[in-house]
Design a protein around this ligand. Sequence first.
Ligand code: ADP
Ligand code: MG
Ligand code: MG
Length: 883
Amino acid sequence: TKWVYTYGDGQAEGGAEDKNLLGGKGANLAEMCNLGLPVPPGMTITTEVCTWFYKHDRTFPDELPQQLEKALDYIGRLTGRTFGDTQNPLLLSIRSGARASMPGMMDTVLNLGLNDDAVKAMAVDAGDERFAYDSYRRFIQMYADVVMGLDHEVFEDILEDEKARFGHELDTDLTAQEWQQVILRYKQIIIDELGEPFPQDPVKQLWGAVGAVFSSWMNARAITYRQLHNIPVDWGTAVNVQAMVFGNLGENSATGVAFTRNPSTGENQLYGEFLVNAQGEDVVAGIRTPQSLTEVARLEAGSDKPSLEKLMPDAFGEFSAICGRLENHYRDMQDLEFTVERGKLWMLQTRSGKRTAKAALKIAVELAENGVITREEAVKRIDPASLDQLLHPTIDPRAARDVIGSGLPASPGAATGEIVFTSEDAVALAEAGRKAILVRVETSPEDIHGMHAAEGILTTRGGMTSHAAVVARGMGTPCVSGAGSLRVDMRTGTLLTVAGPLGKGDVITVDGSSGQVLKGSVAMLQPELSGDFGKIMEWADAARRMKIRTNAETPADARAASSFGAEGIGLCRTEHMFFEGDRIVAMREMILAENEEGRRAALDKLLPMQRSDFTELFEIMKGTPVTIRLLDPPLHEFLPKSDDEIAEVAQVMNVPVDRLRERTDALHEFNPMLGHRGCRLAVSYPEIAEMQARAIFEAAIQAGADTGEHVVPEVMVPLVGMVEELRFVKARIDAVAEAVMKEAGQQIDYLVGTMIELPRAAIRAHRIAEQAEFFSFGTNDLTQTTFGISRDDASAFLDTYQKKGVIDEDPFISLDIEGVGELIGIAADKGRKTRPDIKLGICGEHGGDPLSIHFCEKLGLDYVSCSPFRVPIARLAAAQAAL
Ligand code: ADP
Ligand code: MG
Ligand code: MG
């Protein structure tokens, strides 16, 4: 088996298409080599070795050492150096690289191969002692940390101590001799803490690091990250072993990271940060404040530190040309890492860059408009769930701002919440239904849970590419990073600001769009839905087959949904209309009536109210289909519960308290969700359904006359399990329609259908379709009844199920395709057999869930219906499902 793939000098054994085998980093390094870009030569040990490693008790395949040695020879030939040599040592960087970028993995180890002898040769060779010892101390620190497991803080303490002793402020100020002192202490503390010396043998160092990368695939951080992002464990990681290039070789050396476009706004402008005389993660670690790549960005940031453009114009020129090439080659915005060694540019990484939803839209639209990608590709590139971010509020520009600090606008949107300083507190607050702003010096992968739980994130250190910034953008959580004027004092649990100290629980607002931190809560504005958003939506609409409707009963919801592009109402729950104002009184009169006559009298009062509700909805929806569901919940939901309430209601309604209580007791049910509700009410009290049907038909005539639109109402009978139920109720509805048409002297077109929300209904769908002109899959109830799990009581144990790995996802959020989905498929087939043109749709929460929407497309449903704010998500997901 070939376990090792090399690259270097304009050619590689793999390429971008080999991500599964080489991991993302390795595949792209090979690809850059093939493109002839300056990449330090190296090798990738494949993900298959990782799989082998775990199958064989954490050991390596027999052929690996030999293949690795051969690859080292190849790298040595290209660099003119020899690994393990004391005179002319080849130094290596060891980098992990899974298929998908994974922040939970092992950190990179740089300068591997150095030891007490090699460092001397390096000093002579480079003509720079300081550089050699700086590299050596970095190596010891990184290796001891990530391979030997000694906490890096131990080393930082020593370094701070020595800096103070020598009177230096910056790491770069230390002399070679001073670094040698630091190194002595580093080596000693390793012996003290671990009882073994720092390994001097380069081969031993190399295998240690390679083993550490593979082992890190199973560390807790990586496991959590995989769970959060649904990355399968059997993918494995690759290990990249690459010749070092040195950004810490003096003032004409540098290291940096860049995006080919602004990852926050999507603007087509090279964007990034670098540090002179530095290595690797100095940039993201926030040890020194990084400088801007371009003059434009420097001016915008108001910084007086020179840009790379100014400082190293040749390297910058080459770099920006490469950026353009890579973007065209990959046809997407790239996230790049580079190093300049004594003026010579080296490319160390490229990948599709993470971006905010806003930037994703802008980039996709621009690439499509410039013909780099098609409109369909543009539509496919947007993660539907990410649109949520755009529906985030922003701070009202007219609102007064009590600014107490500011940092970088790391992830857009604004959020208000209580200060917490730990991830645990953020999670606890979220669980209590309260909003938290996570305030940290910097975040690390251990904070992922807290970052998920928090409404917003604030860090006092780190740039736009710091951990906090990158992760927050990915999650769509507003974030301000590197707010240097603020200070976190973890000891006392305070945030020190110009306006005085703030503690845990104090309310602040972070504005991830401007970088400001504000005291208290601030008025917010809803987002803009035109521009790039509008274009992607338009393209999605062109690609989409299914219609998108909304679940709405109030005029406000219907209007909001229309503005988001809803093409009808898939579910109007009429019971919500009975709670408002004095309607509840008429409703209670109806419920308390002794006989049909009494009920009809009360229903007569409700009729005009319902009629005007429906008229308004029909008018707002302008002739698009509106599905109205007849009364669904058990009647006791409308009655008062506590003694006080009963007494109050009795007085208002002028009935004796005892009679009211008698009636509420009589209506009590042990299991109301499986009780006297849905079409069962219509069978018991047909006059209720008749009143609602009349209101619907009269409203259709009225709205038709007012707007000139042809209104075709869809009357939906809930909770049908047997065709006889539907036959009974439909006969009443048809009779009312007949009567209304006669009175009005005009034809009304309408449909009568049912919700499929009981397993029996799905199984008997061929019979039910004899009566039903449409099915709407009520997947909330269908999930409850299929699993036999009450949605209201499920959260406690479903959570446990998820934690213990019994289920992957909450079936009330993402449709259970195997079970509930199978029933939907059966019902759709059977329904179509009886009635080929039967209209099919879905109206549960799942109607707004992208995965569930894909399933609906596969079944060929006519529409999905979801809550108003999910309409844009559903439009995009339905388009992607159709493409
Ligand atoms: P991550 O996946 O965390 O970004 P990388 O493997 O990309 O880790 O390494 C992080 C940083 O280490 C790089 O951005 C680069 O600055 C430095 N680095 C990696 N490989 C080399 C190398 N061959 N020479 C010099 N620096 C390197
Ligand atoms: Mg890293
Ligand atoms: Mg990297």
